[in-house]
Design a protein around this ligand. Structure first.
Ligand SMILES: [Mn+2]
Length: 327
């Protein structure tokens, strides 16, 4: 018991740090605080503090709930040793693989990538619209949930399910949990709460191209080759020109892929690599089925994406296993 009280437990959402990841990690910390009586549990937002400004939905939710931003902890502010509890992802981001031995539990709604976590004791993966649904269900079973907590958990659930209206994304569990939370939250208007958050999520007014690229960016690696996929809100003003120059230094990326409206804008660090990428898209049937080359010039190409292909569906099909690549 003596030993245990010195343990630090960290709950962490995924590297895109959307509201589901942020609020899910906060809810997971509350559950752990009860479960592991006496230990310190902190929830950590998986982006540097400076990038919170790119997520205006989170900013307005925190302001609305009177959360002091100074009290939040970001990934650039904490270092191991700690025990890690993953929320909203089940494999670590490329730049966080060193945290693998620290992972003790997982709550997620993505496809199980079956990553190896030797110290993992608990893994809860269910296909629901929002990972926060799983945590809210747990919390509702354990304790009386206050109105502000209900709002905190409702926010990502409503955003991830298009206000429970998306037939594709909304499950019975999302609906059940949201209904209970709505009773507790006593919102003046569910529709207005949802719309305000949605507008804030897509509000990119005043953002530079680099900010847009970093707002929702994920990193991947095949062999030596590092690439990134950014998703840009469809209402933004974005040219996509030269994104590789903006990301090469910061992310060590050789390829930048950007999903913007119906387009996939691909920038490579060299024309040689671009030629390989274009051939690759043409020759791999799974990729050819969902993309159509629109333009290619030097180290930049634009593809038209088949409707409704999310990043998490496109990425596993990329398989950039180029035999010839100088890092
Ligand atoms: Mn999620």
């Amino acid at each position: 018991m003596q030993e245990r009280s010195r343990e630090l437990h960290v709950t962490l959402g995924n590297e895109a740090a959307d509201l589901d990841s942020i609020c899910g990690a906060i809810a997971r910390a509350k559950i752990l605080q009860h479960e592991l009586d006496g230990v310190v549990v902190v929830h950590v937002i998986n982006i540097p503090r400076a990038e919170l400004a790119l997520r205006r939905d989170a900013e307005i939710l925190f302001r609305h709930l009177d959360v002091n931003l100074e009290d939040l902890i970001f990934i650039d502010e904490i270092k191991p040793p700690f025990i890690l509890h993953l929320v909203d992802h089940n494999s670590l981001a490329l730049h966080q693989h060193h945290l693998q031995p620290l992972v003790q539990s997982i709550y997620d709604h993505h496809v199980d990538e079956e990553a190896d976590f030797p110290a993992c004791l608990e893994k809860e993966i269910q296909t629901v619209g929002s990972a926060t649904t799983l945590l809210a269900a747990e919390l509702l079973n354990r304790e009386t949930v206050a109105a502000d907590w209900a709002e905190l958990m409702l926010a990502p659930i409503l955003l991830d399910t298009s206000n429970l209206q998306s037939k594709q994304k909304t499950t019975a569990k999302d609906r059940q949990v949201a209904e209970k939370l709505l009773v507790l939250a006593q919102l003046p208007s569910q529709e207005e709460f949802y719309q305000t958050l949605l507008n804030a999520r897509f509000d990119t007014e005043g953002f530079t191209e680099e900010m847009l690229l970093c707002k929702d960016l994920k990193r991947y690696q095949e062999g030596e080759l590092i690439y990134t996929i950014s998703a840009i809100p469809s209402g933004a003003t974005f040219s996509g020109k030269g994104s590789i120059y903006l990301l090469r230094e910061k992310e060590k990326a050789a390829i930048s892929l950007v999903k913007f409206q119906r387009k996939l804008i691909v920038n490579c660090e060299s024309k040689e690599l671009m030629d390989q990428v274009v051939d690759h898209f043409k020759n791999r049937p799974e990729l050819a089925a969902m993309t159509e080359l629109e333009t290619v010039e030097d180290a930049e190409a634009t593809f038209i994406l088949a409707p409704g292909v999310p990043r998490k569906e496109l990425q596993p099909k990329l398989r950039f296993e180029f035999a010839y690549f100088h890092g």
